[in-house]
Design a protein around this ligand. Structure first.
Ligand code: ADP
Length: 239
């Protein structure tokens, strides 16, 4: 599904990514961890077309992504969240979802909108459990609900691969738990890559973890394998 081979990114002589190989099969929930500066954001930027790799290949669903514009990569089915919010506070939940969905929608389908909420929006509402808040202004949502709305906005664009940057940051225990369940459920029919630091959250919800360090994949495996690895303890857990 997603395959990176020997990916290098060099910024003014600094190797942000230094020969990364990464394969994420379809339908996997993959967690990406590593200390600050390890290259996690750069890796996501390379997949989404924000940064062009200096060398190496990035393939997704049979397409070569290197050199493709960001919006074309979105149309191939790659969606990402950023740490900064993209929610429009003055719009309702359903309007936010509709807006996100409309970026992929042809004009002729606007007629269908008058007949109610589109299928993609209804599905995103149901999946994120925000149906009862559909007509609420996004500005009144709690932090957790807002994060779920952003994930819903991504889902409304019908991606096949979702890249999520620290989705549980700042959430309460209950909200984390619900987000873990949401991610597992989304991974039933999407490929999901999550950047996350919270080891407790990983223990509860992660299957496979990739650890990045100094622009390289240090270790890959189950949470148990990764957290027991002395190299990981040295560079990441013991910092
Ligand atoms: P992480 O997300 O794991 O914290 P990043 O991918 O953000 O790491 O950064 C990896 C390294 O690359 C950092 O040392 C950072 O300073 C550097 N870096 C990232 N983007 C740029 C850029 N546009 N120009 C120069 N250096 C950059």
């Amino acid at each position: 599904m997603l395959e990176l081979r020997d990916v290098h990114v060099v910024f003014d002589g600094f190797r942000a990514l230094d020969g990364v190989d990464l394969t994420v099969p379809e339908g996997e929930l993959r967690f990406l961890i590593g200390p600050n500066g390890a290259g996690k954001t750069t890796l996501i930027d390379v997949i989404t077309g924000l940064t062009r790799p200096t060398a190496g290949s990035v393939r997704f669903g049979g397409h070569d992504l290197v050199g493709r514009k960001e919006h074309r990569i979105v149309r191939l089915g790659v969606g990402r969240t950023f740490q900064t919010s993209v929610v429009f506070e003055e719009l309702t939940v359903v309007e936010n979802l509709d807006l996100a969905a409309s970026f992929r929608r042809p004009l002729w389908s606007l007629a269908r909108r008058r007949r109610g909420v589109s299928e993609a929006v209804a599905e995103a509402l149901a999946r994120t459990g925000l149906e009862e808040l559909a007509e609420r202004s996004a500005g009144v949502l709690s932090h957790g609900q807002r994060q779920w709305l952003e994930i819903g906005m991504l889902l409304a664009q019908r991606p096949r691969l979702l890249l999520l940057d620290e989705p549980v940051a700042g959430m309460s225990g209950d909200e984390r738990e619900r987000t873990g369940e949401l991610l597992t459920q989304i991974a039933a029919d999407h490929t999901v890559i999550v950047v996350e630091h919270d080891m407790e959250f990983l223990r509860r919800h992660a299957s496979t973890v990739t650890v990045l360090h100094e622009g390289k994949v240090l270790v890959e495996g189950s949470v148990e394998q990764v957290s027991a690895d002395p190299r990981v303890q040295e560079v990441y857990l013991g910092r």
